[in-house]
Ligand binder design. Structure first.
Ligand code: PMV
Length: 348
């Protein structure tokens, strides 16, 4: 297979047989929306995110010479259906690269409160990539780990790193191998920012449409998709400058317009994909009101109705209170920039 040639950069080393890793979720400020290759998880555009310091996922992988199939446990219960299928497919990729066939026992603990409406696939596949690569003996640097995590979930490529992170789309022309090698995340410099994300959970229910299906239908049917992709490329360049300058107001403005643009592309898909609810708009109104009152607060939304509000750390309490007052019943979580994925040693 052509893309597996990329694995020549993966130097096998002694499989450790077992490993445990931890990773945190990330929230995109410049969104990833749309794959140009679904099998390789190659996006149409670059994206940029902040890794959070809350809701870590801890995953351990242990090779089992006796097992005939992988045993996958999620928060203490056997994983089933799509969740299990994705983990097994990911392990198959790692096994192919490592030249090993041994099955694994995978145990994952997510600390995101159940139904918090925050996807755990980014932290989940980043932790699984680090633990599985070590257990099976793939000698990968952070770039290789990011590429590998990408094959579980696109946004997982970014959770390999901490703080602010850019995920390069990779070359859109040339061979699969070029594209795969070029599509990885790396840290982006930021100066003097003291940001907080106030996460407003307006609805703790499961997603109505998977991000994979929604992306596909947006790319295939939305007349706004290409214009948004072009403007997102310009947004990313401006975002890098704003981060370098430590300008939270510019970072927030760019993030908010990029997210609203992404949702506009979905609303224009046929049929429309609408993740935003009445409660989402109520929270967006409260963010506008905060700005009118002189508070730097900016919103971003992903594949769901919940809102993440970027603000200065010193304003976080006021932002959380305003959001809760506007939309009673909203649960808030306060997050700051967090660390990249890492291995845990025996005693944690
Ligand atoms: O990697 P996925 O399938 O969880 O897609 C993530 C898509 C968004 O969260 C909406 C945007 C992003 O860049 O994280």
């Amino acid at each position: 297979m052509r893309e597996e040639k990329a694995a020549t950069t993966v130097r096998p080393r002694t499989p450790q047989g077992r490993a445990t890793a931890v990773a945190h979720p990330n929230i995109a400020l410049i969104k990833y929306w749309g794959k140009r290759d679904e099998r390789l998880f190659l996006p149409w555009t670059d994206s940029l995110s902040m890794t959070l310091d809350i809701f870590p996922t801890t995953t351990s992988v242990r090779l089992d010479a006796e097992a005939e199939q992988d045993e996958v446990t999620l928060n203490g219960a056997p994983a089933t259906g799509e969740a299990r299928r994705r983990v097994v497919a990911f392990l198959d990729l790692v096994r192919e690269r490592a030249g090993l066939s041994r099955r694994a026992v995978v145990d994952t603990e997510n600390t995101v409160p159940t139904g918090a409406g925050l996807a755990s696939s980014a932290s989940g596949f980043a932790a699984l990539a680090v633990a599985a690569a070590t257990a099976y003996g793939l000698d990968l640097d952070a770039t290789g780990l990011s590429r590998l995590a990408r094959r579980g979930s696109g946004s997982a490529s970014r959770s390999v790193h901490g703080d602010f992170v850019v995920w390069h789309a990779g070359r859109t022309t040339g061979t699969d191998e070029d594209a795969d090698l070029g599509s990885y995340a790396e840290p982006v410099p930021s100066a003097g920012l003291d940001p907080t994300l106030v996460i407003a959970v307006v609805d703790a229910g499961p997603k109505t449409v998977s991000s994979r299906a929604a992306m596909r239908s947006t790319v295939d049917t939305s007349p706004l998709y290409r214009p948004w992709a072009a403007s997102s490329t310009a947004d990313l360049a401006e975002m890098r400058t704003a981060l370098r300058r430590g300008d939270l107001e510019a970072v927030g403005e760019i993030a908010e317009r990029n997210a609203l643009g992404m949702h506009a592309t979905m609303l224009a898909a046929r049929p429309a994909v609408r993740y935003l609810s009445a409660a989402t708009l109520t929270v967006l109104d409260s963010v506008l009101q905060l700005r009118r009152e002189g508070v730097s607060a900016y919103a971003t939304m992903d594949a769901g109705p919940n809102v993440k509000v970027l603000c200065h750390r010193t304003d976080a309490d006021q932002v959380a209170a305003a959001v809760c007052a506007a939309a009673p019943g909203t649960a808030v979580h306060v997050a700051r920039p967090g660390p990249g994925a890492r291995l845990l040693n025996e005693d944690g």
